[in-house]
Ligand binder design. Sequence first.
Ligand SMILES: [Zn+2]
Length: 158
Amino acid sequence: MMIDTHCHLDDARYEEDLEEVLKRSWDARVQGVLIPGADIEDLSRAQSIAHRFENVFFAAGVHPYHHGQYDEKIVRDFLADPKCIAVGECGLDYYRLPEDSKEKEVEVAAQKEVFKAHIHLAKELKKPLIVHIRDANDDSKTLLLDEKASDVGGVLHC
Ligand SMILES: [Zn+2]
């Protein structure tokens, strides 16, 4: 069975031809499509797309670039939807850290906190994780092992 676990169909650029895009997936024998959460503002759009198409699902979470938007109550509410089948994307992204060492430290600590919160939620709700890692391999590995993310598993990218 072939599943696309990372398809940002909630992007406004797909608004016009969403049905055609999905038809091409089904024609290529993709049997399921998962829209990862990235920006908290876009989750309701992802949710409504998932409810329009039988084999489309979504995930709830915030991309590390948007860690400041993390709101556990909002993410939990989306995760209560049976079409919301994973937590994420979440993770660590050190590609564009601030130059200033103090600011950098604050940013890294904040990303780690929010990543941990996602892992805890995934474990509590027994849903897999969609993990985004960029230029942060060692810290991500440490955190995933320390928090026992393997209890729920998931996919890694970037
Ligand atoms: Zn990503």
